[in-house]
Design a protein around this ligand. Sequence first.
Ligand code: AMP
Length: 459
Amino acid sequence: MPEITFQDLSLAEPIQRALLTKGYTTPSPIQAQAIPVLLEGHDLLACAQTGTGKTAAFALPILDGFARNPRKPFRRGVRCLILTPTRELAVQVTESFKSYGEGLGLKIGMVFGGVSEKPQIKALYGGLDVLVATVGRLLDLKQQGHVDISQVDTFILDEADRMLDMGFIRDIRKIAAAIPQQRHTLLFSATMAPEITELANTLLHQPKEIRIAPQGTTAENIDQHVCFVKKADKPNLLLNLVKAHQDATSKKELSLIFSRTKHGAKNLAKKLCSAGIEADSLHGNKSQNARQKTLDQYKRGDVRVLVATDVAARGIDVKNITLVINFDLPMESDAYVHRIGRTARAGESGRAVSFCSEDEVALLRQVEKLIKRSVPVFPHDWHAAPIEQHHTSGAPAQKPKQGGGGGGKRPPRRGVPRQGGGQSRGKAKSGRPQNDRAPSGGFRKAASGRRSNRSRGRS
Ligand code: AMP
């Protein structure tokens, strides 16, 4: 079958131009399926995760509607409302709308917590065509009368499963009740857990359904390895791997290291810096502005190494991350898939290395169960054979105590906001079976630049 191009989708001319400028010619699978459905005006329930091109899948047809039906926004009003679980994702979605809609002269804004309300209130005053918002701040501003959502005609829930995990279901329903029932509604989620189907049933009208990523798999073009290592040797191994990666790759290529705790992230970044590797950290103890600044510097490649907590595991789209290191294995296995999905974005290839110390054997087993395969062992100078033996023997293994491990922190409990989450209003939902969110389903670009395992990372 001939490959569909963006030209075949007959999007408005300024949008075609923006796509050309960005160098996009071929829609990703989610785009090829969702755009025609949305141009026809159907509601959409899409199972796809960040990294598959889903932002353009909804942004392009929405922008096309604006191009064909220009209307002046009214004071404090909003026409298209997009809810995201985190501030970082809100920034990313807003940037995408701005860049795809560059020639359209639209007013596009965002609101999220953790920063001053004032500039947001000012931007809302004149009315917006597109508002990207996290739930808590939107409700606060609405209650204060700074935003009028009574005439929203397009409502999009992005990463809906994560919003539910973060306990925002009641707030979402409040917002949905305040916007017109006659509207175009789109719901994107990485999983189709029963709660998502239930939410979709109440919010969407005869939606078309699209599923992109098969659940329970990790992107095929990620080279995954595990290093069995004593906890005390982890910093040395880390320095060694990061240095080797920097030596072996171009200046553009970035490394992302995950630490279980905020404190751990900060300390590791310091350690790397004192070893002469420029690094920064991203975690929930930093102010929103500081987080954004760090992320911007990292995106520009000014800092090539970022140590982050799970605040960076989902939603963040940074190009050129070719190495992800799990300095600590995540307490929840689905976080593993999200973390390593920060590499191999948009059809590129990447490498993910996880450190496994004695108390993390249970976590590694949990990951392997989820991804339905064993992670190959990577040989290194600090290899701890007894830990590998423990892992392969199948002998009982305890999960590390919450707050233990790398100084680990509890994952969210009922009523406790998730670390680094969008806001702190919601209750973290517990007990829901977490399906895997596969960062695949992406682009047709050939995986490039893969090197053999042995040629990398070892010094
Ligand atoms: P998303 O899933 O929306 O976060 O997109 C993932 C990445 O793919 C972003 O960096 C987009 O800019 C990029 N992207 C989106 N659509 C395309 C496309 N059709 N061709 C190439 N890259 C794309």
